[in-house]
Design a protein around this ligand. Structure first.
Ligand SMILES: Nc1nc2c(ncn2[C@@H]2O[C@H](COP(=O)(O)OP(=O)(O)OP(=O)(O)O)[C@@H](O)[C@H]2O)c(=O)[nH]1
Ligand SMILES: [Mg+2]
Length: 343
């Protein structure tokens, strides 16, 4: 999964990026137009348990890839920066970083501003395409769905609020519209507020916008991320923070994107794979390799809880807990799967 961090200059994007990835990217970059890339593994005690049982050569957790984008740009600048726009289209979700630590900032206004910027960026892309579409024949379906998008964007509303049929989705997939991406608001607050709940005014605004939000102190969390595990819990406790921002953020993103994990196991590797809920077995196989998707025969599935209860795949089989599933089986969170395929 790929998540982009965007926000105003000095809102704390890079500080949060460092907190989430444990990296040491340079703060206060200002006008520099560089993005930072980093990866964090998704902690999962189920993977730990499976690794303890299989003792594999390699253990691989699911990953989130972060891009820390340069400070938000004017529409003109963004339009001129094709590389940056392409990078933004590529992420699965956006975290909007809102500076809220100096008392003078207006984070809710900033939030609305960023949402408008995403809308304007999409409007630019859409107008461009509609202009060219006039000269093409046999594109009526695309014209129709884009007209619907245009109306929404012109009303300064995000495309997120529209729903589309499967074939409309297919027509829209290539555009990578920013205002269709799931969004989470990160309020970067001063240390004293780090462990507190969001104020009512924030909750009300988020509810209106239908967005999830988190309070976190970027500065503290960056320090936390740079401690070792042992000191970390004590430090968080002192500050009244129950769970490090990284873990809270990962949990919120999984819920937001409706993500689940399935596992592959063996002597070589125990590995967690991330998919969206509702993915069929054959598609899930394609995550591992396109050959397995193409030559799919069946999936042999054990639920994680059954595996732990019975202790081995052989015992699960005896107890009737190993199921043979076809290509259209909806993979469930925690499934341990062996794919049978033929190429
Ligand atoms: N007091 C305080 N300062 C912060 C906090 N977060 C960031 N800062 C300061 O704000 C400055 C900018 O932080 P960055 O994380 O670099 O912000 P950014 O959004 O990446 O900034 P640009 O890349 O320039 O757009 C740094 O000097 C930080 O020390 C915070 O939670 N509390
Ligand atoms: Mg920065």
């Amino acid at each position: 999964m790929k998540v982009g961090l965007i926000g105003h200059q000095g809102s704390g994007k890079t500080t949060i990026f460092n907190a989430l990835t444990g990296l040491h990217a340079e703060l206060g970059q200002g006008e520099k137009m560089e993005s930072h890339l980093g990866v964090t593994k998704v902690p999962d005690t189920r993977v730990d348990r499976l690794a303890a049982i299989f003792q594999p050569k390699k253990t691989t957790y699911a990953e989130i890839r972060f891009t820390d984008f340069p400070a938000s740009q004017s529409k003109e600048k963004l339009k001129a920066n094709a590389a940056l726009l392409a990078q933004m289209k590529d992420v699965d979700a956006m975290a909007l970083v809102l500076g809220d630590f100096d008392g003078a900032s207006e984070p809710l206004k900033e939030l609305r501003g960023l949402l408008i910027e995403m809308i304007l960026a999409d409007l630019g892309v859409l107008e461009n395409r509609l202009g060219r579409l006039k000269k093409e024949k046999g594109r009526e379906r695309e014209g129709e769905v884009l007209a619907r998008c245009l109306q929404t964007l012109e009303g300064e509303e995000s495309l997120r609020r529209l729903s589309f049929s499967a074939d409309e989705e297919a027509l829209l997939a290539g555009f990578g519209f920013l205002s269709r991406k799931p969004v989470i608001a990160l309020f970067n607050v001063a240390e004293e507020r780090a462990g507190k709940e969001l104020p009512d005014a924030y909750k009300a605004e988020l509810e209106k916008l239908k967005l999830p939000g988190l309070y976190l102190s970027a500065k503290v969390e960056m320090e936390v991320a740079q401690l070792d595990e042992k000191d970390r819990q004590a430090f968080l406790g002192e500050l009244g923070i129950v769970e490090a921002a990284r873990d809270r953020f990962i949990r919120a993103s999984y819920a937001l994107l409706d993500l689940i994990s399935f596992f592959t196991t063996g002597e070589d590797e125990v590995k967690a794979w991330t998919i969206t809920r509702g993915t069929v077995a054959r598609k899930a196989a394609g995550k591992i390799h396109s050959d397995i998707e193409r030559g799919f025969i069946r999936a042999e599935v054990v639920a994680y809880d059954d595996f732990i209860r019975y202790g081995s795949e052989a015992k699960c089989r005896e107890a009737g807990k190993l199921r043979l599933e076809g290509k259209d089986y909806l993979v469930q969170d925690g499934n341990i799967i062996h794919f049978r395929f033929n190429v």
